[in-house]
Write a new protein. Structure first.
Lengths: 381, 67, 274
């Protein structure tokens, strides 16, 4: 292991990106994500990479997609207002199957909102922000150390599935400082983008999927002369107006993620063996929930916790299973209630699902969550 | 005839640019709205038609004179 | 028939193109590949990047690595490509709406930043793909579906804009002046920095028909009669300028190209240069 370091979540994100092979960052300054850009500006050229500050958030998204098409691993970072602006080209990346990681360090919204205050208000936007049907991989870390791992994972997934991946951070984790020990570079699992296996002469088709439903469009400048477009296209990469091609295309975009869902779904279970109640939580809020659950256990309450790191695709099976075991699920969220509706859907009426919402710029205290856990005991069932 | 004119009629959209810029009235738009060669002998191989054809539908080669 | 060099640069199976009868876009597309040939660019190291609109459909017909991006965003994508792989020659194809309306911010900052790109703007004075709405380059009093009484918006002069924003090379030509246009584009390709070439093209369908000039040849004759070479234009008295407009190379300057400037940053960050 490397030396112990005091690090901020945003810095760990930048370090993870570089460890995963990211050599290109384009973006626009926005609180509370700016330290990611600042760290990249300092550290990327040191490894021969490029940092570029663009004229706006959309430009920041466009420039990284261009670099990705030229073969680089890329990342951009933003917060709510910028995330809204980036949605156009997040959809482009989904359609043209360009690997890219977008970090959204959430703050209170809507609009300019409360710029430096923590929130989890972009959970649904991360899934559905851009128009049209598309899948999305969204990871939400709960510690500085995990931010490093989640960033590596996000880059790997983007490259492997050729899709945009959202690293959904929050201001709690982004600005948190913790002592961390990062792994040695050789110990980090880094995915290398697949290359075409056929030549032009052998009938190479850039958007023809392999067995895993992921195609291998060649990097620009490698002699394949491919065409990339945000229009619906067939295996050749050229636009097609065919209903059959369109249906297969949209279907494949979803299925390439769906068939790998079990592998992509990362979560922790704590004290669930004998739990009668569960707290389901994610991101920075999960830290408080964890403390509250431990306090409740000390009081003899049989409560457990599930901490979701993968937000999308949603962990349906995990929630369905625990909903069949417990009497109630408590969902504390720093928003008006977003992921709770997915949890209700997956619980499918097997148990009560209760929201604890907070959206006043303050984070939860363990006492607030503990008090709700205590109330669960008097609940239904 | 100083030139050979080739038409790729499947590309021609009948815009009439070649007809308008031909200094010798070699070309005309036919009844079906496509370019046709009506006075081939008048062609001086100036290439104005090919130069401005937006559809790459007309090509003019200077005739090679046997030596 | 002798082989045409420009034909080898097109994806033959994609032709004929979608542009309307008489549209000038095909002429400019040919001028671009002629300029590529003239500058002897390695085709497999040349990328064509376009935005959205009539102009931007060109990328699909050109046999290079080609990228049809989103509306207005061609320049940021092109910037990423060039920086990620500096050995690539990157040519951007855009239109008056794509470049100066929705892509306006990227355009001026691209010019300021000075990455080695060659940007060719197909100026047809209208949004053609969507059926003839006014663009920021529609001349005053000309009609469009969204300016049914004639446009009252003051138009951009994209060449002035590019120059003021810091472009390294600025030129204009027209679909009538095909060889001149080819030379203007070739000059842009040769320049190490952000080059901008405005190509005035006719849109008989969406623009001409609404403005008493439905015949494409007539529109090209208008270009012939009103385009004035820069040297002559500079001497032309203001009261004689009327509908006339200048063509030629308006501006060129050596600035440090962005990628080369950034190479020094890399060197410093790696502890080489102080």
């Amino acid at each position: 292991m490397t030396d112990m370091k005091l690090m901020q979540g945003n810095e760990a994100c930048a370090a993870g990106a570089i460890a995963a092979g990211v050599r290109f960052f384009g973006g626009y300054p926005i609180t509370p994500s700016t330290e990611i850009a600042e760290t990249m500006a300092k550290d990327l050229p040191a490894v021969g990479g490029h940092f570029i500050q663009m004229e706006d958030e959309i430009g920041g998204m466009g420039v990284v997609l261009g670099a990705a098409l030229a073969g680089q691993k890329v990342l951009t970072a933003t917060s709510g207002p910028g995330f809204s602006l980036k949605q156009e080209l997040i959809g482009y990346a989904a359609c043209a199957e360009i690997p890219v990681v977008i970090v959204d360090v959430q703050r209170v919204g809507p609009s300019t909102g409360q710029p430096t205050s923590p929130s989890q208000g972009d959970v649904m936007q991360a899934r559905w922000g851009t128009h049209g049907d598309h899948p999305m991989i969204v990871l939400s870390p709960w510690s500085v150390r995990e931010t490093f791992d989640a960033t590596v994972m996000a880059v790997n997934y983007a490259e492997r599935f050729r899709t945009p991946v959202i690293l959904l951070m929050d201001e709690i984790v982004g600005h948190l400082r913790e002592n961390v020990q990062l792994p040695e570079q050789e110990k980090i699992d880094v995915y290398t983008r697949r290359q075409p296996t056929k030549t032009r002469e052998q009938g190479y088709q850039p958007y023809k999927p392999e067995a895993d439903l992921v195609p291998n469009p060649a990097a620009f400048g490698t002699g394949y002369r491919i065409h990339v477009t945000g229009l619906v296209h067939d295996y050749t990469g050229f636009p097609s107006g065919s209903p059959a091609v369109t249906e297969e295309f949209i279907d494949r975009l979803h299925k390439k993620i769906a068939i790998a869902q079990d592998e992509i779904t990362h979560y922790d279970e704590f004290f669930m063996e004998d739990a009668e109640y569960a707290v389901v939580s994610y991101g920075g809020v999960a830290r408080t929930a964890y403390e509250a659950v431990q306090q409740a256990r000390r009081q003899g309450i049989k409560v457990g916790m599930v901490r979701l790191m993968t937000i999308w695709p949603f962990a349906d099976k995990v929630i369905e299973k625990i909903a069949g075991k417990v009497k109630s699920i408590l969902v504390p969220e720093l928003n008006y209630g977003q992921l709770v509706n997915e949890i209700k859907r997956a619980a499918n009426g097997q148990c009560e699902v209760k929201l604890l919402a907070k959206y006043n710029t303050e984070i939860f205290t363990p006492e607030e969550i503990l008090s709700e856990i205590e109330k669960l005991q008097g609940g239904s069932k | 005839m100083k030139a050979e004119i080739f038409l790729k009629s499947e590309r021609c959209k009948g815009c009439g640019i070649c007809v308008a810029f031909c200094p010798k009235k070699v070309l005309a738009i036919d009844a079906l709205g496509r370019c046709s060669i009506v006075n081939p002998d008048e062609c001086i191989a100036c290439g104005q038609c090919e130069l401005r054809c937006p559809d790459y539908a007309i090509f003019v080669d200077k005739k090679k004179v046997a030596k | 028939m002798e082989d045409r060099i420009y034909e080898k640069y097109f994806r033959q199976h994609r032709l004929p193109h979608i542009w309307c009868p008489g549209c000038g876009n095909g002429i400019v597309m040919k001028a671009i590949v002629e300029a590529v040939e003239k500058q002897k660019l390695n085709r497999d190291n040349t990328v064509i990047v376009s935005g959205i609109g009539c102009s931007s459909r060109a990328s699909g017909y050109m046999d290079f690595d080609t990228l049809h991006t989103a509306h207005g965003r061609a320049i940021p994508f092109a910037t990423g490509i060039k920086l990620a792989n500096p050995k690539l020659n990157v040519i951007v194809i855009t239109g008056d709406g794509d470049c100066t309306a929705i892509g306006g911010n990227h355009f001026i900052h691209g010019a300021r930043r000075n990455v080695d790109l060659t940007v060719v703007l197909f100026n047809n004075s209208i949004y053609g793909m969507t059926g003839g709405q006014a663009s920021p380059m529609t001349p005053v009093h000309k009609k469009a579906t969204t300016a049914p009484y004639g446009s009252v918006d003051r138009p951009f002069d994209a060449c002035h804009l590019a120059e003021a924003a810091g472009a390294a090379y600025v030129a204009r030509s027209t679909a009538f002046h095909v060889q001149h246009l080819t030379d203007m584009i070739a000059g842009g390709i040769a320049r190490d920095g952000f080059s901008f070439i405005e190509a005035v093209v006719q849109c008989p369908t969406a623009y001409g028909r609404k403005n008493k000039m439905a015949d494409p040849a007539q529109m090209m004759m208008w270009m012939r009669d009103n385009a004035v070479m820069k040297a002559a234009w500079d001497k032309l008295p203001t009261d004689k300028r009327d509908e006339k407009f200048p063509i030629g190379v308006f501006y060129q300057h050596e600035f440090t190209e962005y990628g080369k400037a950034y190479n020094e940053v890399i060197e410093m960050a790696q502890g080489g240069k102080k």
